[in-house]
Design a protein. Structure first.
Length: 507
């Protein structure tokens, strides 16, 4: 087998035995992260009932994982380039499994937030390593496009497997079981990965600069926290100070990278129009979608009264569409153009989100299912092609850092989406007028209102739930409208930035 520590010609790489088995291990890591991200939404009503978090704590439980992972992805991607991507992937997967146990047995909102944050540290090692290893295992551009499509399709499949598996577990076990399903996946990944994955690293990596790591982490967390607080409570001294701290830290990070002989992240990557355009498209896309996705499970369960498993199955069309689109996205981008596929996919998602502004409390499933299918197809085309553009635009030695930038955009978009669009839903929801005797905690979240209604007289409970559900749906309408505007803007930006961009056709 040709070592990935030194260049190999494309023909030799294409013929490397076991590359597809290695890919199967890599997509297990993607499945691990995707399942974890999706089951949380289904488990939220049960976590609310058991741990009784405030509305703010509930948002922190939902987005602290993204905060931490966004702050550490670049650092962990660069670390993988230095110490070996296989090594950091397997160590991260082991830690991810162990920390899933801590999440499962959290007993307070504060402990749950801490457990999610630590899980973010482990999760930051996984995604950059998987994409970087794909870049180093598949040198033939067409095979790499297919591998990236499988990688993306698995992530999308995880969004289906997560809710369905989680829904089954929630109907038969306690909410902590949705985290324990990570353990068997992690065990298979580690045991098989030890034997099948090739090691790869940058042969001239330079030192892992701790100051750059701290600046990146501080900047990302402070900036996202500032946006979250400003969206929830308005622009006051605390979010303003956090925003200034985050901006200063990120400026320091960029300046340090530009002056170091061997930087943690080569900022010259952003001079490439295709790379920058793909990263920006990913950030805006996830920002526009994530806040809505976070609250969709609550809508299905707490507004339409679906059981957890039924709610999970209701979200299946999005995953099916994304899987199908991801597998043919590379071929479509070569037959048409990169910007046509990416911009068209994003426009389709934007239109589908606009349709969701018409959702009502009793909207039939065909409308919702069709909209979710379009969201999945559009996102599948866009994410697969942008990932391929990012990987193919950098040398193999920098694959980890480039993949980390891509994943940072994804996680930063998720955190900002939950912070901004989630805060729209929460802010509108809190303004509902309940019947006399409505407890204050009912205004914290729809889950809390459902619990409060269970302790009230039947006529009061019905009035409370009617007002709370109506307000929640109204907030969902505004978040969907905002998401549609973001996605249509992302479509236009992609059309401009990705012009003349093409996928490689030969090694």
């Amino acid at each position: 087998m040709t070592s990935t520590l030194r260049p190999a010609d494309a023909t030799e790489a294409v013929k490397r035995p076991g590359r597809w088995l290695a890919l199967s291990v890599l997509v297990l890591a993607v499945l691990l992260v995707a399942v974890d991200a999706t089951v949380l939404g289904l488990a939220t009503p049960y976590i609310s009932e058991d741990l009784r978090p405030s509305g703010t704590q509930l948002l922190w439980i939902g987005d602290v994982y993204s905060f931490v992972i966004a702050g550490l992805l670049v650092s962990m991607g660069s670390l993988g380039d230095r110490i070996g991507r296989k090594r950091i992937l397997l160590c991260g997967a082991t830690a991810f499994g162990a920390l899933s146990v801590l999440n499962a047995y959290a007993t307070t909102p504060e402990l749950m937030i801490l457990a999610r944050a630590l899980l973010g540290v482990a999760g930051a090692t996984l995604m950059p390593a998987t994409l970087a290893l794909i870049r180093n295992v598949f040198h033939d551009p067409r095979e790499r496009s297919l591998a990236v499509g499988v990688w993306g399709a698995t992530a999308s499949a995880g969004t289906a497997v997560g809710p369905i598996t989680g829904g089954f577990l929630l109907e038969h076990f306690w909410w902590g079981s949705v985290f324990l399903i990570n353990l068997p996946v992690m065990a298979v990944l580690v045991l098989v990965g030890i034997r099948t994955l090739p090691e790869s690293r940058n042969p001239r990596p330079g030192p892992w600069d701790l100051s750059s790591v701290l600046l990146s982490l501080t900047g990302m967390i402070a900036l996202v926290y500032a946006v979250k607080e400003a969206a929830t409570h308005g622009l006051g001294p605390t979010p303003l100070a956090a925003g200034l701290l985050g901006a200063a830290a990120l400026y320091g990070f960029v300046h340090r990278q530009l002056t170091m002989p061997m930087p943690l992240l080569d900022m010259r990557l952003f001079r490439r129009r295709g790379f920058s355009g793909a990263v920006l498209a990913d950030l805006l896309t996830v920002l526009g979608m994530s806040g809505l996705v976070f609250f969709l499970s609550q809508y299905l369960q707490l507004v339409q009264g679906r059981r957890p498993l039924e709610a999970g199955l209701a979200e299946l069309p999005a995953a099916v569409g994304a899987v199908a689109a991801g597998l043919v996205a590379g071929r479509a981008a070569r037959r048409l153009t990169v910007r046509t596929v990416v911009s068209g996919g994003l426009a389709a998602v934007g239109i589908a989100l606009a349709v969701l502004t018409m959702l009502g409390r009793s909207t039939g499933y065909p409308v919702l299912g069709a909209a979710l299918l379009v969201v999945g197809v559009g996102a599948g085309f866009s994410f697969t092609v942008t990932a391929d553009v990012i990987l193919s635009s950098v040398p193999r030695d920098q694959a980890g850092a480039a993949s980390a930038v891509s994943e940072t955009a994804y996680e930063l978009g998720a955190a900002l989406g939950i912070a901004l669009l989630g805060s729209i839903v929460t802010g509108v929801y809190r303004g509902f007028e309940g019947p006399a005797g409505t407890p204050a905690e009912a205004h914290e979240s729809l889950g809390a209102a459902t619990q409060a209604a269970a302790r009230m007289a039947p006529h009061q409970a019905e009035a409370l739930l009617d007002a709370a559900r109506t307000s929640f749906v109204h907030g969902l309408h505004l978040a969907s409208a905002a998401g549609a505007v973001v996605l249509l803007t992302a479509s236009a930006v992609s059309w401009f930035l990705l012009r003349h961009q093409e996928l490689e056709t030969s090694g």
